[in-house]
Ligand binder design. Structure first.
Ligand SMILES: Cc1ncc(COP(=O)(O)O)c(C=O)c1O
Length: 429
């Protein structure tokens, strides 16, 4: 397999179609594309927002609707293990994020899971009231802290933000005795910048701070070592790189060392130690199940569970190599087109500092994105001026990079993207 380090070592800067075809012919993940249903004549560069549909997911949806629900009805909670699906799917995700068994479970949305871990962590830190995060963090992460602060009051919870591009020194100086929780997203949703989980977790722990990582843009996109990095809490989405389908359940990780001390306040019956004893008062389940709240959404949970099987035989370091090589080729090829020089790369180029997406600033990024979509290259736009492209190694081919960049160049060179229809704002961008 040709990896990014080979390309860089051989000083391979000129990207040609035959070269990309050669990379495809050597790609150990090439056959995985067949595990997905993909629309004809489309290059999908938005799997970082909504993953493509695995064939297994469609098969499972059929089974759950046409056999389990319609024929086996309520017996399915036991006979088809519906009740265990949050843990079963959670174990599959554990394998992808370096978590030993029993610490990760699928449920709710990332936002709701964030509320659960944030409030649990704050309760574990009496005498400290600050949640430290980044100004550029995904809004829901910050909104959930605001919500908790309005519930607890300023004296018990306040949000402090550091600038997105703050220096390491400034970040270190901000880790004070007042900080209860450091809340970070591993890969920034706009820029695609990848943070050093190991180092930041270590620095925070040295000051007695608990750390929550949002893995929305990293789970399923790169190797993650939650246990080895000694992470306290993590959350992430099921519908992005994990391909669980629109609105798929999210996941929550809580390190086993916290299971006995922790109390999460959304104490619903599914997190009870014996839900079907219908006790009058709440007694939390001993392990990660205490992070469940209500009845799991079986249709979407089943689809997520099936989608995760695609990863069974995937070597995450191979996946990471392909992701980096795809994005490297995209950027190199983009630079070969004079007409694309106005696109300003926002993503750090160093492999250790970027996730699985590229983000470019352009004054007409929205129109460019709409024109690309109309011409079969699906990307997305993030306000105010970012064109975002996600690289999903399980179903993208190297030749797709050629198709995407040459389409972009054609749209820019011809001025096609300036047509009024591409300026019409949709509700979802
Ligand atoms: C970094 C990050 N965190 C959280 C979320 C929101 O997740 P949910 O809609 O499951 O609450 C997103 C959604 O894109 C995200 O990018």
């Amino acid at each position: 397999m040709t990896t990014l380090s080979h390309l860089l070592k051989n000083n391979q800067t000129e990207i040609s179609l035959p070269f990309l075809q050669q990379l495809d012919s050597q790609d150990p993940l090439a056959a995985k594309r067949d595990a997905f249903v993909l629309p004809e004549n489309t290059v999908y560069l938005d799997g970082n927002s909504l993953g493509a549909m695995p064939k297994l997911a469609a098969e499972r949806a059929q089974q759950v609707l046409l056999q389990q629900w319609s024929q086996d009805l309520i017996k399915s909670w036991n006979s088809h293990s519906w009740i265990d699906l949050p843990a079963i799917a959670g174990e599959k995700i554990s394998q992808l994020v370096g978590a030993a068994s029993g610490q990760l479970i699928c449920c709710d949305s990332t936002s709701v899971n964030l509320f659960k871990v944030l409030s649990s962590a704050m309760l574990m830190q009496p005498g400290r009231n600050v949640v430290l995060s980044q100004a550029g963090n995904f809004p829901t992460d910050l909104y959930m802290v605001e919500g908790l602060a309005s519930l607890l009051g300023e004296q018990d919870c306040q949000l402090k933000l550091i600038a997105e591009n703050a220096s390491d020194e400034l970040l270190e100086q901000s880790l004070t005795e007042q900080v209860a929780v450091l809340l970070l997203t591993q890969v920034d949703f706009r820029s695609g910048r990848l943070l050093d989980m190991q180092r930041l977790t270590e620095l925070a722990h040295a000051k007695g701070i608990l750390v929550i990582w949002d893995l929305a843009h990293s789970a399923g996109a790169l190797p993650i070592e939650l246990d080895a990095c000694n992470v306290d809490f993590a959350v992430g989405c099921g519908y992005k790189y994990l391909n669980g389908g629109p609105g798929a359940p999210a996941f929550v990780y809580v390190a086993a060392r916290h299971h006995s001390a922790v109390h999460q306040p959304l104490s619903g019956w599914m997190g009870h130690s014996a839900p079907f004893s219908f006790d009058k008062s709440y007694q939390k389940a001993p392990g990660i199940s205490q992070f469940l709240t209500g009845t799991p959404p079986i249709l979407s949970m089943s689809v997520l569970d099936a989608a995760l099987e695609v990863f069974n035989d995937v070597d995450m370091s191979q996946l990471r190599q392909k992701s980096l090589t795809l994005s490297h080729c995209f950027h190199q090829l983009l630079q070969q087109h004079d007409c694309l020089q106005q696109l300003q790369l926002l993503t750090p180029l160093k492999p250790a500092e970027r996730g699985s997406q590229l983000a470019y600033r352009h004054p007409d990024a929205y129109a460019l994105c709409q024109a690309l979509i109309a011409h079969g290259v699906v990307a997305d736009f993030r306000a105010p001026d970012i064109l975002r492209l996600g690289f999903t190694p399980l179903y993208l081919r190297y030749v797709d990079i050629w198709q995407a960049v040459t389409t972009l160049a054609r749209l820019v060179a011809s001025g096609e993207y300036l047509k009024p229809q591409y300026a019409i704002k949709n509700k979802v961008t």
